[in-house]
Design a protein around this ligand. Structure first.
Ligand code: ATP
Ligand code: MG
Length: 350
């Protein structure tokens, strides 16, 4: 295992700056003395676009390739037209670095608000991870509009599903399920209606399942899955699903397990050919930027995912345990962004 981490840091916009500072604080505190941490900050996002008109120039894309991983705060501001930063920066990066795994864990921590009516013993059992495909489905930009703007307009948005793309995400999900204590993997799709894509997914899932006899498998249509996310979230362990279903399900998962201030994510290329990128699920939250109200926990938990991806499993677990212990002892009084970061940095260091 490498004993140095060369990290690209993209604080981005709004609360991105504030939460990334706390993520780095906890990262520095958790790393053993002999691990050398180097960071390089990249100025990308709304301010840069206003100043120069650039989103992600090729020279910076090239430079980013040389790091071990990327930590991102949040990108976006209402002053930038919708789609400019999403397509020009976030999706550009995802496709260039072939981030075919979008990983989003959901765990119901102690003392966190949930809209679910649950018993205490269920709380510990709500602990699942969604493995969302990141480069295919309806996100490839394959489609178009005919007779645009007329009453006869026809728009298509083609969902692209390749055997190669589906097999690699399904294999990754089986690996992750096999490494967890419960070893359960649920495929979510809609193969009763989306028959071509759905059967490709189901057939590959069933084929790969043969190689993982210890993993219990299950299949759910996406509409049924949304019901179970609310009524029986404890039934899930690892879920694998397509890009669009995964987008919707993971927001629902964040909502039922304590909200946006706690939801971490990773855009991962497990081959290691390109750096993977870790970021909180939430956006730049301009409404609370600069007020000290932003909860940095989602970013700190994203740092844990980053560490696990780089092979620092013990340090990742220390961060997750610190978050859990910290929330368990919380008396409900308000804490600022800094105070939460400080408290977690102290816990992981001890
Ligand atoms: P984007 O389009 O960038 O995803 P969004 O419109 O989904 O942005 P967010 O920036 O995620 O919006 O914020 C949604 C709401 O949640 C806002 O009211 C914001 O203040 C709140 N919020 C987001 N992140 C946090 C956080 N870390 N701590 C506390 N509140 C947050
Ligand atoms: Mg959002």
């Amino acid at each position: 295992m490498s004993r140095s981490i060369d990290l690209a840091v993209v604080p981005g916009d709004g609360i991105g700056q504030e939460v990334v500072a706390q993520g780095l604080k906890v990262l520095t505190a958790v790393l053993p003395q002999d691990v050398k941490l180097e960071t390089k900050e990249y100025d990308l996002g709304a301010k840069r676009w206003h100043r120069t008109g650039e989103t992600l120039p090729d020279a910076e894309l090239e430079a980013l390739k040389n790091h071990d991983a990327i930590l991102l705060g949040a990108i976006g501001d209402p002053s930038v037209p919708s789609g400019v930063l999403e397509r020009g920066l976030l999706l550009k990066l995802r496709f260039a670095f072939d981030h075919f795994i979008n990983l989003r864990p959901s765990r119901l921590f102690p003392n966190t608000a949930t809209p679910l009516a649950i018993r205490d013993e269920q709380r510990g059992a709500i602990d699942f991870v969604v493995v969302r495909e990141g480069t295919e489905g309806p996100y490839t930009g394959n489609g178009g509009s005919l007779r645009t703007g007329t009453p006869a307009e026809v728009a298509t948005e083609v969902s692209v599903n390749t055997a190669y793309g589906v097999e690699r995400v399904v294999r990754d999900a089986f690996e992750r399920a096999d490494a967890r204590p419960r070893k359960k993997l649920t495929l979510v799709h809609k193969n009763n209606v989306l028959v071509y894509a759905g059967h490709l997914w189901k057939n590959i899932f069933d084929k790969v399942a043969q190689e993982y006899p210890d993993v219990t498998t299950d299949y759910l249509h996406v509409d049924a899955a949304t019901i179970f996310f609310v009524t029986q979230p404890e039934r899930f362990d690892v879920i694998v699903t397509d890009n669009l279903f995964g987008d919707i399900l993971t927001d629902l998962a964040a909502a039922v397990t304590g909200g946006i201030g706690l939801a971490a994510s990773g855009n991962i290329n497990p081959t290691g050919a390109f750096p993977s990128m870790f970021e909180p699920v939430h956006g730049s939250a301009p409404d609370i930027a600069g007020t000290g109200k932003a909860d940095p926990t989602a970013t700190i938990l994203s740092v844990a995912l980053l560490l696990r991806h780089l092979g620092y499993d013990a340090e990742a677990a220390r961060i997750e345990d610190a978050v859990s212990a910290d929330l368990a002892e919380r008396d409900g009084t308000f804490r600022t962004t800094d105070q939460i970061g400080d408290a977690l940095a102290v816990r992981v260091a001890s």
